[in-house]
Design a protein around this ligand. Sequence first.
Ligand SMILES: NC(=O)c1ccc[n+]([C@@H]2O[C@H](COP(=O)([O-])OP(=O)(O)OC[C@H]3O[C@@H](n4cnc5c(N)ncnc54)[C@H](OP(=O)(O)O)[C@@H]3O)[C@@H](O)[C@H]2O)c1
Length: 410
Amino acid sequence: MAQELRIGLLGRGTVGGAFTELLAERAAEIERASGKRFEIVGTLRRKSGDFDEILNNSDVIVELMGGTDPARQYVTRALEAGKHVVTANKQLVSQFCDELVEVANKSNVQLRFEAAVASVVPVIRVIRESLAGSHLEKVHGIVNGTTNYILSEMANTGADYSEALKRAQELGYAEADPHEDVSGLDAAAKMAILARLAFHAPVHLDEVSCEGVEDIEPADISYAKEFGLVLKLLGVAERIDSGMSVRVFPCFLYGGHPLATVNGPFNAVMVESEAITEITMSGPGAGGIEAATAVLGDVVSVATTEIEFPEQVESLEIVPPGDVESAFYLHMDVEDRPGVLAQIAEILGDEGVSVKSFVQSGLDENARLVMVMHSVAEKHFWSALDRIAELDVLRRPPRAIRVIEEEFGQ
Ligand SMILES: NC(=O)c1ccc[n+]([C@@H]2O[C@H](COP(=O)([O-])OP(=O)(O)OC[C@H]3O[C@@H](n4cnc5c(N)ncnc54)[C@H](OP(=O)(O)O)[C@@H]3O)[C@@H](O)[C@H]2O)c1
């Protein structure tokens, strides 16, 4: 008779429900893979279950409630009591990772959270375990399926932002209140977690600068197509000199970039280092059964391994966003008269911003200039943009969006 692994389940909503069903369906495979018989010995919901009783009866606590309060208290108490914890909670891990890891290490138990980033796409496991010996330079990707669906829909159908959001809500890809997703905050929480794991340095959610997709216009997407560019909301965590930058922003990618073809609600994460060049992992980034699959994988790992979370070994300062180098796309609706281009070129030249390519099109009230710049420290570009915005030859404020220059294999 296989030994029993007693699971205490906190939360039985979309993911908790799917987890319970999956466990019942896959009982035989799980026992073969782990040598143990998994049993849910208690479930906590808002109006049922008793946390202390569940804790006392369990070997592993699976936290699928969401939010930080009371999840933080319950997870801390479970770790202190010497129970392994598996969670899917990105808010909890992005804000309290170091604190929880310290408690887990003291108690010699595991804290696993694969489903917290990109759901069932195994990015946490790959960074933490498979690439533990690699000095990762950069982790970047599409870590929010809602915004990726919205941008894909805008590009494919010409819909504006609110139409695309409405479709995402109808299909269940966006919440009734989409703020966390469309503002970039959800992606920021996931990038804080990935950066923490990749660079072994503390990264708090507050340190991740983030911009969302609410202000993207269909024209940005269609004009950029003339340059072969596709718009994505990216999370980018990278080492820069002796520091790091962790940011979320909408940006254009060239068609040959591995993330350019990731469409709809899918997620994808790329990791880069000298030894591995680059690895891209992609798949469904949300959904109850997908997240439950990742949670179950973590519980199997807890049952079969003794891996501890690596100690924090590096101290990397966050590089001020203005010092990070980026390339930009710049769209200007301009007066149709001589000398306009010269005025803009003079400002760009003054600030050390050089133009990689540009298209001048339209006549009269439709005249516009669309440019793609070479990489430059962002503070120089923003300073040029402020000066350009003051020119009386512009018919409306200029619009700028970052461009990722790497094309990989092109
Ligand atoms: N849904 C996804 O696609 C997905 C994907 C990846 C990760 N996640 C993460 O997985 C976690 C769960 O998400 P979900 O979509 O399953 O949420 P959900 O459907 O809202 O379910 C939450 C569950 O937690 C219970 N709960 C909430 N607050 C509680 C409290 N104070 N005390 C006791 N029970 C409480 C709820 O109880 P009642 O049943 O009584 O309401 C419910 O059973 C979140 O951290 C989420 O970010 C979700």
